[in-house]
Design a protein around this ligand. Structure first.
Ligand SMILES: Cc1cc2nc3c(=O)[nH]c(=O)nc-3n(C[C@H](O)[C@H](O)[C@H](O)COP(=O)(O)OP(=O)(O)OC[C@H]3O[C@@H](n4cnc5c(N)ncnc54)[C@H](O)[C@@H]3O)c2cc1C
Length: 426
């Protein structure tokens, strides 16, 4: 976590050197010709949106509120868990974002007043906006799985927010004795990164095959089907034999409670005690979205598909994993794509112009081993007030592709990560 006092000093210094209008609701703010946009959350969606706004119209006064001065990316964090990659490769700073003229405000946004059009930070700083973009991603629903509390996550990590949790799960795997059982529980939809639990199971199995050959992975699932299922299951058979066992919802895979003291997963039919327990719990839009009033009873944020403006609170746009927008996947690829669409819409709305109707592509890569990848791609457009996938426009990797193709797709996956992080943070 950042030092609040120094972050506030840094914020004021940055603001004073650059676009000070965003700091407090001073009378002079109204004179800013381009308008004021505050973006909360400097991840794949928020940082992209902030930079895109500045590029579209340098007169717009853009402030990016981010809780941490270092961003730790989730894509490829499964490789970190499987001891194939250093966490340093996941970390990025905001120097280049600030160099684009975005005012960085390091701190946690704790309140938003849609009437007064202000955002409040945990240290009391208040920032005025004409339009607010929320891109804070997800929080864990701590009340949804009996036994799974913040304290339990220190014993049975979720590792669904990259950083300390990622390293904790990795350390537990490294410390586990050969022969130990790794149990992963996967939630019902929707949650961030639908193929993520299965990529994680694959890469953990890869690690076990090399380092702990008597160990196995058990996946307990609250679903009967999952993203890229056939590709994953074929790869599991080919690469890991019976090392990965997947238990579907219909076969009693849904975890109904956990017991951290013994790392036990309880289902309707069974109890499974793990040597290493990874609980991927139910999720919801992060807290600031709830505080701002843009979540509905599902816990997610319904948005207009053209502008990403909240359907519940005018003047607030929601992007990335926090939003629920028809078929838009909760992926970094999609977060980056829709952030540019939202930035274009916000820039036009600030000028009093009508936003253009957008379209975008999402490609989602997964690894079944470090050199074994596959992907699914989709094209999305708004129709009947929702984002729908354009039929016949996407595609999935062929089921019977030779290993050389899988190996190429793994390289494409790395290429995608390098390109997107260079665009967002570089
Ligand atoms: C294990 C795993 C693997 C994944 N692999 C892939 C992949 O291969 N490809 C892919 O496309 N996607 C992948 N994803 C999904 C991807 O990480 C998310 O979809 C993406 O990060 C969403 O972007 P976002 O901007 O909404 O959220 P994030 O990128 O998580 O950014 C949210 C930011 O908001 C900040 N924040 C939150 N609340 C506040 C607040 N109140 N005040 C200030 N700041 C705040 C956080 O600090 C964070 O920096 C993976 C996810 C996981 C968990």
């Amino acid at each position: 976590m950042i030092d609040k006092r120094s972050s506030r000093r840094d914020f004021i210094r940055t603001a004073a050197a650059g676009t000070s209008a965003a700091l407090f609701p001073l009378p002079g703010l109204a004179q800013n010709a381009g308008g004021r946009v505050v973006v909360v959350g400097g991840g794949f969606a928020g940082a992209t949106c902030a930079r895109a706004l500045k590029r579209l119209d340098p007169r717009i006064n853009v402030t990016l509120v981010e809780a941490s001065s270092t961003f730790t990316a989730c894509p490829f964090s499964n490789d970190v868990i499987a001891v194939q990659r250093d966490i340093a490769a996941q970390r990025f700073d905001y120097k280049k974002v600030a160099a684009d003229g975005v005012t960085m405000a390091f701190g946690t946004a704790s309140g938003a007043d849609p009437q007064a059009r202000t955002v409040t930070l945990a240290d009391g700083t208040r920032i005025s906006y004409d339009r607010l973009v929320l891109a804070p991603a997800v929080d864990i629903r701590w009340d949804a799985l009996p036994g799974y509390t913040e304290a339990a996550a220190e014993i049975m990590p979720h590792a669904w927010k990259a950083g300390e949790q990622t390293l904790l799960l990795r350390r537990q795997l490294e410390a586990m004795e050969d022969g130990g059982l790794v149990v992963i529980s996967a939630p019902a939809n929707p949650y961030r990164c639908p193929p993520g639990p299965y990529e994680r199971a694959s890469l953990i199995a890869y690690y076990l095959k090399i380092k702990k050959p008597r160990s196995k992975v058990l996946v307990l699932d609250a679903k009967d089907a999952f993203s890229k299922q056939r590709l994953f299951q074929d790869a599991w058979k080919e690469l890991y034999g019976d090392r990965i066992e997947w238990v579907s919802l219909s076969n009693g895979g849904k975890v109904t409670s956990v017991e951290p003291a013994t790392k036990t997963f309880v289902t309707d039919f069974d109890r499974h005690t793990a040597a290493v327990a990874n609980v991927i719990p139910p999720q919801k839009a992060a807290r600031i979205a709830e505080v701002a009033g843009v979540t509905d009873r599902t816990g997610w944020c319904p948005v207009d598909p053209v502008t990403f403006e909240s359907r519940l609170v005018p003047g607030i746009h929601v992007l990335g994993d926090a939003a629920i927008a028809g078929a838009v996947p909760k992926s970094a690829f999609a977060a980056n794509a829709v952030a540019k669409i939202c930035a274009a819409a916000v820039a036009r709305l600030l000028r009093g112009e009508a936003p253009a109707v957008p379209k975008f592509v999402n490609t989602c890569y997964s690894l079944a081993a470090p050199d074994y990848g596959f992907s699914v791609a989709g094209v999305y457009q708004p129709a009947s007030g929702q984002w729908l996938e354009v039929e016949g426009a996407g595609g999935i990797s062929p089921a019977d592709a030779p290993r050389v193709v899988r190996s190429q797709e793994a390289k494409f996956a790395h290429g995608w990560f390098n390109t997107i992080t260079a665009e967002v943070f570089g």
